[in-house]
Design a protein around this ligand. Structure first.
Ligand SMILES: Nc1ncnc2c1ncn2[C@@H]1O[C@H](COP(=O)(O)OP(=O)(O)OP(=O)(O)O)[C@@H](O)[C@H]1O
Ligand SMILES: [Mg+2]
Length: 349
């Protein structure tokens, strides 16, 4: 007997969406069934991009298909529901930026170039804000290399609820990463309209709750990636991170120009790896030259929010999942404290 679409739906009807506890067939998640002899291909539309149960659902569908006696080959394609489709499932669709409704200020951390310390600044800024009593979250929007969970020392996966993702919490800061979109160890290709759509959906579906500040670690560079994120979220101010060398500064110029042409406000510059304290003396050494941050700040009439020393404790803090600003009374903590104060002042004016 030939396999029909009805046979396939019958085989899939007992699979439940783990979050909604309803049959994936009933929810309209099965969008396409193609049968060719003993092979079947089924398209499953998840209720949201970055559903943490993606792999689980895919596997369950695959094995259910293979349990049909006539089927020898099964392929499962995963897509995401459109807003109209989701509206049918959930009734009133949450508005695009629903999860951000009670976030007062979004602060984005950007850099023209990779590896200058953007994630380090994001994490330590968020922790310093939390230390000052502000309710704070951090969003890792760097899909190329989502480092924030590592730096914050958490490997937990966030859970979903009612079509929304719940952020994790560490050191008193809420945390969400685009790594959730990709899953562990999956390289993400950051290209094309599909990715833009996925990230927009993702950003709108995180339940941050009430936050004074949400710090966003943007993807590096001066291309589409940082701008897509920056223009999707209503940003109060961007902090641009640089190192003192000349090559880094050229990228910063490009980065600032990019935000300027898209009306995303840039609040100030942070110069990272500015100087090295010679151990056991009061002397400092300017490893990568000096004056770069000041020059950019002057050229763009932006405040230089501060300089961060090149400090092994900062690297160790990142590697060990316990950021340096948590150590009271350290050079690193003081540098981040000053930057945070200057940033808060600059944002007010
Ligand atoms: N001031 C500092 N002193 C010592 N090490 C630092 C300092 N700032 C950053 N680092 C180290 O330099 C490396 C790069 O920093 P980080 O990951 O924050 O940069 P990034 O700009 O986010 O990079 P990417 O573009 O890869 O995301 C990390 O190992 C970090 O611990
Ligand atoms: Mg980074």
């Amino acid at each position: 007997m030939a396999v029909t679409k009805e046979t396939v739906l019958e085989a899939l009807k007992d699979i439940q969406d783990p979050e909604l506890n309803r049959s994936i067939v009933e929810l309209g998640m099965i969008q396409n069934i193609e049968i060719a002899g003993t092979a079947v291909r089924v398209t499953v539309a998840l209720t949201m991009a970055g559903c943490p149960f993606k792999d689980q659902i895919k596997e369950e569908v695959r094995s259910a298909l293979l349990s049909i006696p006539e089927i020898e080959e099964a392929r499962v394609v995963i897509t995401t529901m459109t807003s109209e489709q989701r509206a049918k499932v959930f009734g009133n669709e949450p508005s695009e930026m629903e999860g951000m409704k009670h976030v007062k200020n979004v602060v984005a951390v950007a850099s023209g170039k990779g590896g200058v310390g953007k994630s380090t600044v994001s994490v330590n800024l968020a922790l310093t804000l939390a230390k000052k009593g502000y309710s704070t979250g951090i969003l890792d929007a760097d899909m190329h290399g989502p480092d924030i969970p590592l730096m914050m020392g958490t490997r937990e996966r966030p859970l979903g609820s009612g079509g929304m993702l719940m952020p994790l919490e560490k050191y008193g800061v809420k945390l969400m990463s685009t790594a959730t979109l990709a899953g562990d160890g999956t390289p993400v290709i950051w290209r094309g309209p599909l990715v833009n759509k996925a990230i927009k959906e993702f950003l709108g579906h995180v339940s941050w709750g009430e936050l004074d500040y949400l710090v966003v670690d943007l993807p590096p560079g001066t291309g589409d990636a940082p701008l897509t994120v920056a223009s999707t979220i209503p940003i109060a101010g961007v902090i641009v991170v640089t190192t003192p060398q000349k090559v880094a500064l050229e990228d910063v110029r490009r980065s600032i120009a990019l935000f300027n042409t898209h009306d995303v406000p840039v609040t100030g510059i942070v110069e990272n790896m500015s100087y090295l304290k010679i151990p056991g003396s009061e002397e400092t050494m300017e490893v990568f030259g000096s004056g770069g941050g000041e020059k950019i700040a002057r050229a763009f009439k932006l405040p230089l929010l501060g300089k961060i020393p090149l400090d092994p404790a900062i690297r160790q803090g990142g590697d060990s999942g316990r950021p340096a600003s948590l150590e009271e009374d350290s050079d690193a903590a003081r540098a981040f404290e000053e930057i945070t104060d200057n940033f808060l002042n600059a944002l007010k004016t």
